[in-house]
Design a protein around this ligand. Structure first.
Ligand SMILES: Nc1ncnc2c1ncn2[C@@H]1O[C@H](COP(=O)(O)OP(=O)(O)OP(=O)(O)O)[C@@H](O)[C@H]1O
Length: 930
């Protein structure tokens, strides 16, 4: 880049302001929201229609570029953003931000509907992609095509509620930040070069557009979206600081102001447009950044690593201050500076606010003034219109006057011509006279005298002519004007009369037509009504007949039903009675049986108890037998044991004796063992028998106690059962009696019900017969009423028809009268006009006679004043002079005024649309005037 071009680039440049108006949303289209914003992309103008005090005003704003509702994302990017991104690649710091009311398309413009180039061939962005994805793509496309070294870093922050959040911070930090926002807010710092930076903001190095898209997606997911009612004054202080370099600093800035076309956003739209328009005046002095070499970058990164290491060390040590003291002091100083700056800015803000208030007051007064001016303008316009009309009339008048003047000029010219001719003739005469003077010197004095006389006469004639001409022209113009006015008036009267007559004629014809048409309609209506009534009558008759037949059918069927029902009811009653008597018998049997059963059960229980007692006795006997048996068994057992021992001992003794010799030594031990075994077995047997005996004794005693218990219980039970059965029997007897009483009651009720039913049957049939009769009477009445009604309707119709006929005849008569009256009036008017016209004629004639009077008067005057030369008798002999004849002189007289005017009008037609049309009423022009 050459030095001069760089210089050019680095000089002060205005902030570029674009205006984008979004299209109507579907909802707005559906509700037909009025449009107040109109964009002229070509002329870079935006017009806002405002209605103040019922008047519509258009405010027009001009911007660097204007994009109307139909502008596409690509259009906006190609026309406005591409050059800015190119400048970024040249080394300038550039800022692009959107500004506008909520819902006007900031996000749509900056991000678009989808940020990533997910679809589309060859990595193309979708058509709805906004400025950010397009700029990223352009940057990488350019860098990649240059095949040079490059490094791209991304930061992503959110300024929300005056808090700066790093959207690219690692998860744990951001979590921590959310929990402990007050401590972890990212501070804004002066960068020492007049700019502002966010300290501690995460910087991600990226190598492709896709990486940025991923980072944007990651960051966007952390954005807070809930709405908040922020104190705006307090978007905006950090944002103002963040944008300090962009608005009045070293950055190239482009503001995209977004507005809605809707009338509902008018106020915000105007405020956005005002702000954006003011922002156009902000000047920046962009500077090109130094290109960073890789080595410098690495050096910077090492510095950054050292700084971070120091921070980590300080954090790990936790010695009270968690940042290096050097940085702490530096930050303290910065904080102080910031506080000062905030104070200053507060003061500045106050000043600005005051200024804004003043401007608003001014704006209001300007609005008031403009409303006043518009009111004035309106009245002036009205005056102008009126004046224009007057001017047109005056022009028309002027034209007429000009025309009249021309006519006058023409007449005067004609008169001059005649005068000239006369003068010529006078010259000729004078020549002749002079000749005569030469010829007749003696006549000189006479001629002189005659000349004197002629001159005096001439003066008299001229004077008279002039006076007369003036008077006549005055009179002419006066009469002409009056004639014109009267003619116009008469014409208009005639026109009005005619038109009113025509109108009345038409109206009467129409009325006649209408009356006859309405009569026809009325008759057809009446016919229709009659037909309807007839139909109604027929249908009501049919209905009534149906009703009566249905009623009689109903009554028949009711009768049948009642008969059948009665028979069935009787049957049922009989059955019921039979059933009841059966029931009664059965209940009696049942009671008897019950009693018998009770008795038998009582016997049975007695038997049972006897049987149980017997069993118990048997049991007791058995147990006694068992006891004796066990004793006997014991005895037998002990006897058998003793026998066994005795026999065994005897047998052993004999065998011992026999074998003692043989097996003394061997068997002695065996025998001993056997003996021990038998003894032990016998002891066991004895123990078992004793145990058995004890068990049996115990068992017997328990059986005895159980049986005695059972006997006692059984006796108690049998006593109770006997008592119960006795109670049950008496209860059942009582119940039986009660049941019988109830049954008897039931039988009585059934008999009564049967009686009642019969009565009801009789009354129902009586009632239905009565009802049928009543219905028939009713139907008859209805039919009669219908007929009567029909007859009444007929009469009414006839009456109405007569009435209508009469009334319409009246109306027609009235109209005829009216017409007649109007005709008479019109003929009166026409007569009046004719009279008027006659009067005018009379006036004309009078005028002519007046003129002739004037003429005769003039003649008299001439006769009295005109001195005629008297011959003296000394005159030389008369010689024939070559003088013009009287006829010739007569022929030199000017034509009559009317003829002259006629001729003038023929040659110079008056070109005016307002020229009056010839009247139909005979009028008398000023024929006689001259
Ligand atoms: N130029 C446009 N063409 C088509 N649709 C648009 C345009 N501008 C805005 N929209 C639509 O209008 C709606 C609101 O736009 P968007 O969300 O971008 O407004 P916003 O100014 O960012 O609002 P907020 O300040 O509330 O975030 C969206 O549905 C968006 O698609």
């Amino acid at each position: 880049m050459s030095f001069s071009s760089r210089f050019e680039k680095e000089k002060a440049v205005n902030v570029q302001v674009l205006l984008r108006c979004r299209p109507f949303s579907d909802d707005e289209l559906r509700s037909n929201t009025p449009q107040v914003v109109t964009c002229n992309d070509y002329q870079k103008e935006v017009a806002v229609s405002q209605t103040i005090a019922g008047k519509q005003f258009d405010r027009v704003f001009t911007f660097d570029k204007v994009f109307g509702p139909s502008a596409k994302q690509k259009e906006l990017y190609d026309q406005a953003i591409t050059p800015i991104v190119n400048e970024v690649l040249e080394g300038f710091n550039c800022t692009i931000f959107a500004y506008g009311q909520t819902g006007t398309g900031k996000t749509y413009t900056m991000e678009g509907e989808c940020k990533r180039a997910k679809n589309g061939p060859k990595g193309q962005l979708p058509t709805d992609a906004g400025v950010i994805p397009r700029a990223i793509k352009q940057i990488f496309d350019t860098l990649e095509s240059q095949h040079t070294e490059y490094s791209v870093k991304v930061t992503f922050l959110e300024l929300y509620n005056e808090e700066i959040t790093d959207l690219l911070a690692p998860e744990e930090f951001s979590k921590f930040a959310l929990e402990d926002k007050q401590k972890k807010q990212l501070p804004l710092m002066e960068d020492g070069k007049g700019g502002v930076l966010v300290r501690g903001l995460e910087e991600e190095i990226v190598t492709s557009a896709d990486e940025i898209f991923s980072l944007l997606e990651r960051g966007s997911s952390k954005r807070r979206t809930a709405e908040t009612l922020l104190n705006k004054q307090s978007r905006d202080s950090k944002l103002t600081r963040l944008l300090r370099d962009s608005l009045g600093g070293r950055t190239k800035t482009c503001i995209i102001a977004t507005v809605s076309p809707s009338v509902h956003c008018l106020e915000e739209t105007l405020s956005t447009l005002d702000y954006a328009h003011r922002a156009k005046n902000i000047k920046n002095r962009p500077e090109v950044n130094q290109k960073m070499m890789k080595s410098t970058l690495i050096k910077d990164l090492y510095g950054e690593i050292e700084r971070l290491k120091a921070e980590v060390y300080a954090t790990r040590e936790k010695v009270g201050v968690y940042i290096p003291s050097e940085r702490y002091f530096k930050e303290e100083a910065e904080r102080k500076a910031m506080a000062d700056q905030i104070e200053q800015m507060g003061a500045l803000l106050e000043g600005n606010q005051k200024q804004i208030e003043e401007l608003l007051a001014k704006y209001d007064s300007e609005l008031q003034r403009s409303a006043d001016l518009s009111r004035k303008l309106e009245s002036t316009e009205r005056n102008l219109n009126h004046t224009s009309k007057l001017l047109a009339t005056a022009k028309e008048d002027l034209q007429q006057v000009h025309y009249q003047l021309k006519a006058n000029d023409f007449i005067i010219a004609e008169q001059r011509k005649a005068e000239n001719a006369l003068a010529h003739q006078a010259c000729v005469l004078r020549g002749e006279l002079e000749k005569s003077v030469q010829d007749n010197a003696s006549l000189f004095s006479k001629i002189a005298k005659e000349d004197q006389l002629n001159a005096a006469n001439r003066i008299l004639v001229d004077k008279f002519q002039a006076d007369m001409g003036e008077k006549i022209s005055n009179l002419c113009s006066l009469v002409g004007v009056s004639m014109k006015e009267q003619n116009t008036h008469l014409e208009s009267v005639e026109k009005i009369c005619k038109s009113s007559l025509d109108f009345h004629d038409k109206a009467i014809i129409e009325l006649k037509q209408k009356v006859s048409a309405s009569r026809l309609t009325y008759s057809s209506h009446l016919e229709g009504i009659q037909n309807t009534i007839r139909l109604h009558k027929a249908s009501s008759n049919a209905n009534l007949e149906e009703l009566s037949s249905a009623t009689s059918t109903n009554s028949c069927s009711l009768e049948i039903l009642l008969t059948v029902g009665g028979a069935q009811a009787n049957l049922i009653f009989n059955e019921l009675q039979g059933t009841l008597s059966n029931h009664r018998g059965e209940i009696a049997n049942f009671a008897r049986e019950l009693r018998e059963r009770f008795d038998s059960s009582l016997d049975h229980s007695k038997e049972m108890s006897n049987f149980v007692f017997k069993i118990l006795d048997d049991l007791r006997e058995e147990s006694r037998k068992l006891q004796s048996h066990s004793l006997r068994f014991q005895e037998v057992q002990s006897r058998s044991i003793a026998d066994f021992r005795k026999a065994y001992e005897e047998r052993s003794r004999s065998e011992k004796d026999k074998l003692i010799a043989q097996i003394t030594a061997l068997i002695s031990s065996y025998t001993h063992q056997q003996k021990e075994l038998v003894d032990s077995r016998l002891d066991g047997l004895r123990d078992a028998s004793f145990e058995n005996k004890a068990f049996l004794e115990k068992h017997t005693s328990s059986v005895i106690s159980v049986t005695s218990d059972a006997k006692r219980k059984w006796e108690e039970f049998s006593t109770l059962a006997q008592q119960d059965s006795k109670d049950g029997s008496s209860f059942s007897c009582a119940k039986h009696c009660r049941l019988e009483a109830i049954l008897q009651q039931c039988v009585n009720t059934v008999d009564t019900a049967s009686e009642q039913w019969k009565k009801v049957h009789a009354s129902v049939s009586e009632m239905s017969t009565k009802h049928v009769k009543e219905m028939e009477a009713l139907v008859r009445n209805a039919m009669e009423t219908n007929e009567q009604h029909d007859a009444e309707v007929d009469t009414a119709r006839l009456l109405a028809e007569d009435d209508v006929k009469m009334k319409s005849a009246d109306v027609i008569e009235l109209f005829d009268d009216l017409l007649q009256n109007e005709r008479e009036a019109m003929s009166g008017v026409v007569e009046a006009i004719a009279g008027h016209s006659t009067c005018l004629k009379q006036l004309n004639e009078d005028h002519a006679s007046l003129a002739s009077d004037v003429n005769s008067c003039a003649r008299t005057t001439f006769q009295q004043n005109y001195v005629v030369y008297q011959p003296s008798g000394e005159t030389p002999l008369r010689s024939e002079a070559d003088v013009p004849s009287k006829g010739m002189i007569e022929s030199l007289r000017t034509m009559p005024m009317d003829a002259l005017l006629e001729e003038f009008r023929e040659n110079n037609p008056y070109e005016s649309s307002k020229e009056p049309k010839p009247s139909l009423i005979p009028r008398s022009p000023l024929i006689q005037l001259n």
